[in-house]
Write a protein that binds this ligand. Structure first.
Ligand code: 13P
Length: 240
C-alpha cells in the first residue's frame, strides 16, 4: 500500500475545488492511502471524504500570539491527520529553520497528526558531494530530542530541490541510493525503519518508472495533483 500525498501549495480556489473533491470521491484504488493537502482556507471543504486530510503547515506553538499561523490543535479540530513540515519552499523563501521544524513536529505528535518531513539537497550540494551532510543536518535538526518511538511516527519525503517543479527527476538508482543514505544516517540515532516518500516532478510520464523503485513508501506530488482528471490518471498507475 502506497502513501500518496497531493500538495496543492498556494493554488486553486473554491470553485475548482468543489468539483475536484466530488470527482476524487468517485475514485478508489485499494493500493493507495491518499492524502490531500489543500491550501489552508479550504481544509474545511475536504472534510468527510474517503481520503485523508493533510495540512501544508502548522504553527510552532501550542496556542497564543502567533498571527497568521494555525495550531496543531486547530488542525486536529478540522479532521487533519497529516501535515507537511520542512518543505524546501518554506525553508528557502520563509526562512524556516531546523529548530522551528523540530518544534512543529513535536506539536503535531502531541495531537497525533502524522508529520510529513521534507528533506532534500540543491543541485550544487549534490554536485559537490555534500548530500549526506545536508540530509544529516536536516534529519538530526528535525528529530532533536525526539524518542525513537516519536521518530517512527514521522513520514519522510525525500524531495531534491532541483527536481521540484522542474520536470527533472533523479534516476531510480539515485533515489534508491539516497534512501539508503537516509536510513544509514538514522541508524546512528534510531534503529527503526521509517516510511520514505519521493517528491519532485512526479508525473504521468515518469510514474511507471518511479514505481520500480525499491523501498519507496509513496509520493508527495505538487503540480501533477492540481488538475483532477490527470491526477486520477496518475493515481491509477500506482500500485498496479
Ligand atoms: P512538483 O510535483 O510540482 O515538482 O512539487 C513537488 C513538491 O514540492 C511537493 O511537495
Amino acid at each position: 500500500m502506497k502513501l500518496v500525498v497531493a500538495n496543492h501549495k498556494m493554488n486553486l480556489t473554491k470553485e475548482t475545488l468543489v468539483n475536484y473533491k466530488e470527482t476524487l470521491l468517485t475514485f478508489t484504488n485499494p493500493e493507495i492511502n491518499l492524502v490531500v493537502c489543500p491550501s489552508l482556507p479550504y481544509l474545511d471543504l475536504f472534510q468527510n471524504a474517503n481520503f485523508a486530510l493533510g495540512s501544508q503547515n502548522v504553527g510552532m506553538l501550542e496556542k497564543g500570539s502567533l498571527t497568521g499561523e494555525v495550531s496543531a490543535t486547530q488542525l486536529k479540530d478540522l479532521g487533519v491527520s497529516y501535515c507537511i513540515v520542512g518543505h524546501s519552499e518554506r525553508r528557502t523563501k520563509l526562512n524556516e529553520t531546523d529548530a522551528m521544524i523540530n518544534q512543529k513536529i513535536k506539536e503535531l505528535l502531541k495531537q497525533d497528526i502524522t508529520p510529513i518531513l521534507c528533506i532534500g539537497e540543491t543541485q550544487d550540494e549534490r554536485s559537490s558531494g555534500e548530500i549526506t551532510t545536508v540530509l544529516e543536518k536536516e534529519l538530526l535538526g528535525a528529530f532533536k530530542d525526539l524518542t525513537s518511538d516519536e521518530i517512527s511516527r514521522v513520514v519522510l519525503a525525500y524531495e531534491p530541490i532541483w527536481a521540484i517543479g522542474t520536470g527533472i527527476t533523479p534516476t531510480n538508482q539515485e533515489i534508491e541510493e539516497t534512501i539508503s543514505q537516509i536510513r544509514n544516517i538514522l541508524n546512528k540515532q534510531v534503529s527503526l525503519s521509517l516510511r520514505i516518500l519521493y517528491g519532485g516532478s512526479v508525473n504521468l510520464q515518469n510514474i511507471t518508472t518511479l514505481e520500480q523503485i525499491k523501498d519507496l513508501a509513496g509520493y508527495l506530488v505538487g503540480g501533477s495533483s492540481l488538475e483532477i482528471n490527470s491526477w486520477i490518471q496518475l493515481l491509477e498507475q500506482i500500485g498496479r
